[in-house]
Ligand binder design. Structure first.
Ligand SMILES: *Cc1c(COP(=O)(O)O)cnc(C)c1O
Length: 361
């Protein structure tokens, strides 16, 4: 365990390694255990494991510290997103980018079907977001957007949301707290698919919410906690243990993956089979529009041997996918767009494999 006063002084790489550990004492384990119990002897802090577990506490301490707030672990990213959207009153108005993570898009559509209002604004239309905030109860933000890689002016939109009292939620899955800390920009709630970079090894499905350590943050945090406990989408302790294990190496993984992504983005700019490269200049995800149709893009995916043709992102292994193969993907996404989640392999192997696959179309 890192004491609160120490954690303020530690640099992020050190905090990743030091946080969420048991108290140091002679003979103590260096890692938190996987506590397999459904119930606890009476009169403790937690009496039933749907509302708490020591393995969760360790992960929540680490992620909360990284985001600068208080974290809750959820059964999946969608579990976290559902909890965050529960802050929106029935029939209320939400402002969101016109392309969001497709699961979020489906939940927003369900909100509309139930009589609520969704105002969709293009990610780069800052003035549009600011104007829409006047009539909204909640603003949903993701930056960069997936898979178009558009960047939202988070600081501007979040500052105005705070000013006019609109609850703000940022899906920080693609950026991670190493590249963006939305709470420090004024966000009320951060959500994560822990499945992706935070755990980093494509071996768990898990989510998290984080709120600020303020009166308002604690009030929202209690509502999120209540949602988690009563709707029951809770994480298994083994998954949380694996996520905390993965989190230890987040900074080295992201450093390598981002360097690989920047190098590939630069090389792909000149590739004759690539019509457009979409790379926001940071992070480890980029998208390319293949010069050709959907079939040509599918053939690229089928031809790679190092790159894994699969959905998902943020693992140590490089992954490629044509997003429009999913019927729920936005029609704003070109048919030939491939999303590349760049891993930590040797960049020359990644380039050789991709260049060969692209050149074959
Ligand atoms: C994957 C993902 C989600 C959903 O998370 P799950 O863990 O799959 O439930 C939400 N938002 C973004 C940006 C994602 O990439």
């Amino acid at each position: 365990m890192v004491r609160e006063e120490d954690s303020q002084q530690l640099q992020v790489e050190t905090f990743l390694v030091a946080s969420g550990r048991p108290e140091r004492s002679p003979g103590a384990s260096v890692n938190v255990g996987v506590e397999l119990t459904s119930t606890y002897a009476a009169d403790g802090v937690v009496n039933y494991a749907r509302s708490g577990n020591p393995t969760w506490n360790a992960f929540e301490e680490a992620l909360g510290g990284l985001e600068g707030g208080r974290a809750l672990v959820h059964a999946s990213g969608m579990g976290a997103i559902s909890a965050a959207l529960s802050l929106l009153p029935a029939g209320g108005t939400v402002v969101a980018p016109d392309t969001t993570y497709n699961g979020t898009g489906d939940l927003l559509a369900a909100h509309e079907q139930a009589g609520g209002t969704v105002v969709r604004v293009h990610a780069t239309d800052t003035a549009g977001f600011l104007a829409a905030l006047d009539t909204a109860e909640l603003v949903w933000l993701e930056s960069p957007t997936n898979p178009l890689m558009d960047v939202i002016e988070l600081d501007v939109v979040l500052a105005r949301a705070r000013e006019v009292g609109v609850t703000s939620v940022v899906d920080n899955t693609l950026s991670t707290p190493l590249l963006c800390r939305p709470l420090s920009l004024g966000a009320d709630v951060v959500v994560h698919s822990v499945t992706k970079y935070l755990s980093g090894h494509s071996d768990v499905v898990l989510g998290a919410t984080v709120v600020g350590d303020t009166e308002r943050g604690r009030e929202l945090g209690e509502r999120l906690r209540r949602h988690r406990t009563l709707h029951g989408a809770i994480a298994g302790p083994m998954e949380v243990y694996l996520a905390l294990r993965g989190l230890r190496t987040l900074s080295v993984r992201l450093e390598r993956a981002s360097a690989n992504a920047a190098e590939l983005a630069a090389r792909l700019e000149g590739h004759p089979s690539v019509a457009r490269v979409r790379y926001p200049g940071a992070g480890a995800i980029l998208s390319i529009d293949v010069a050709g149709d959907a079939d040509a893009a599918e053939r690229v995916c089928a031809a790679t041997r190092v790159w894994l043709h699969s959905t998902s992102l943020g693992g140590v292994e490089s992954q490629v996918e044509r997003r429009r193969r999913h019927p729920s993907e936005s029609t704003q996404v070109p048919e030939s767009l491939l999303r590349l989640s760049v891993g930590i392999e040797n960049v020359e192997d990644l380039w050789a494999d991709l260049d060969r696959a692209l050149s074959a179309v």
